[in-house]
Design a protein around this ligand. Structure first.
Ligand code: CMC
Length: 388
């Protein structure tokens, strides 16, 4: 191939230099800006982590208040987005709605095209992080045919999302702080993950210097796939399909025969364990103490137990990933299954935007333009239709 290297799926290609997220896949290490994920999950909040990613350091109290204020001032959505959401069928997949809404935001905020202006960039970041939960809640309320709850900016980021969705349809719905905290931890764990498929998409599309809404809409589309952020939804459907613990060995045998994958298992980078999965497993048990236990948990635990002892999974270094237990928690929090990838997209927006900023400011970055190895026909002459 001459000077070109052939690397399908970029398995061995570093596309950028980055200072944001560090992963050691063999040791199961994940750090944002140098802080171990375990410490952030235990002590921080999602909005503080979003600040850490975007601005590079933890905020002091004053900056954190300022940042919370910036985000909460951008939680209301434009009426055009409301109408767009209402135009979807009641059973439209929420990720389709999110992709469309984020894309539509580029038309509502055309000044966002000026990606060279740091103040313009910053404002779009506030808007995206502020509005994405509102879009989620609006889509949900529209689907169940209920009036919408306006954002309550006195609540935390995740408590406000639960409040706006109000899945229990209670009057004076009070969000359970244990559940809001659990969702916050999940959001921290999902905030960034270096050059995964959707982040690489954000950088790739953004490298054309298009506005951040268009890039983020493309990143959301990448996340939607079942091998990426759609896996949390796929795990729940798989557990439902298995239906009973006694069917687990049979299901594992079918996976080993190549008749489908064990969703929520395996990772391109983690070949020992996914540190996020460890934390999530613990959160799941905390949530189930506050809610009724999820009967599918028993199936998940048995799947994990058998898979971790099985030669097929051991040889391929397949371990539970972030998506294996997260869906069980989302279900316990009352979210419909189709909303699970949306719950991945909301926190990942901070990571996508941070990576986008880094890409824009990197003097070595040009428009992304990989090469190919051409294997098609050699030159040939056009044959008129009547002679074919
Ligand atoms: N179940 C059964 N076999 C598997 C699985 C699985 N979940 N994952 C990989 N394998 C096998 C695969 O068949 C292959 O076997 P062989 O060498 O015999 O052909 C081997 O393991 C290597 O697989 P691969 O497809 O080359 O690995 P990859 O690094 O390209 O894929 C992955 C990584 C995450 C896409 C894959 O493990 C997978 O499809 N997992 C299920 C979907 C999932 O849970 N995705 C969420 C990923 S974590 C969150 C996120 O980033 O979105």
């Amino acid at each position: 191939f001459g000077l070109m290297s052939y690397d399908p799926a970029y398995m061995n290609t570093a596309e950028c230099k980055s200072t944001i997220t560090y992963i050691d896949g063999d040791k199961g290490i994940l750090e944002y800006r140098g802080y171990p994920i375990e410490q952030l999950a235990e002590h921080s909040s999602y909005l503080e982590v979003a600040y850490l990613l975007i601005y590079g350091d933890l905020p002091n109290k004053e900056r954190l208040d300022w940042w919370r204020n910036r985000i909460s001032r951008h939680t209301f959505i434009h009426n055009n987005l409301v109408e767009l959401i209402q135009a979807f069928r009641y059973d439209a997949h929420p990720m389709g709605i999110l992709i469309s809404c984020v894309s539509a935001m580029s038309t509502l905020f055309p000044e966002a095209k000026d990606v060279d202006d740091p103040a313009v960039r910053e404002k779009q970041i506030w808007r995206i992080i502020g509005q994405v939960p509102t879009i989620a809640a609006y889509a949900y309320r529209n689907r169940i045919g209920r009036p919408f709850n306006q954002p309550d900016n006195s609540l935390s980021y995740t408590a406000n999302l639960l409040y706006m969705m109000d899945y229990m349809n209670q009057r004076d719905y009070q969000v359970n702080p244990v559940l809001a905290k659990a969702l916050d931890v999940l959001f921290i764990l999902h905030a960034d993950h270096e050059q995964n498929c959707s982040t690489a998409t954000m950088r790739g599309v953004g490298s054309s210097r298009v506005d951040p809404y268009s890039s983020l809409s493309a990143a959301t589309a990448a996340l939607y796939g079942p091998l990426h952020g759609g896996a949390n939804e796929a795990v729940l459907r798989m557990l439902q399909q298995i239906g009973n613990v006694k069917n687990v060995p049979d299901f594992i045998d079918r996976v080993k025969k190549g008749e489908g994958r064990l969703m929520g298992f395996g990772h391109r980078v983690y070949k020992n364990y996914d540190p996020r999965a460890k934390i999530i497993r613990k959160v799941a048990y905390e949530v189930f103490e506050a809610t009724a236990s999820n009967p599918l948990l028993e199936i998940a635990v048995e799947l994990e137990r058998i898979a971790l002892q099985d030669e097929y999974f051991i040889a391929r270094k397949l371990y539970p990933n972030v998506d294996f237990y997260s869906g069980l928690i989302y279900q316990a929090l009352g979210f419909p299954i189709e909303y699970f990838p949306f719950l991945f997209a909301i926190p990942r927006a901070a990571g996508w935007l941070t990576q986008w900023l880094e890409m824009l400011d990197d003097p070595e970055q040009k428009i992304m333009r990989p090469r190919q190895v051409y294997l098609g026909a050699a030159r040939r002459d056009y044959v008129p239709l009547e002679q074919r």
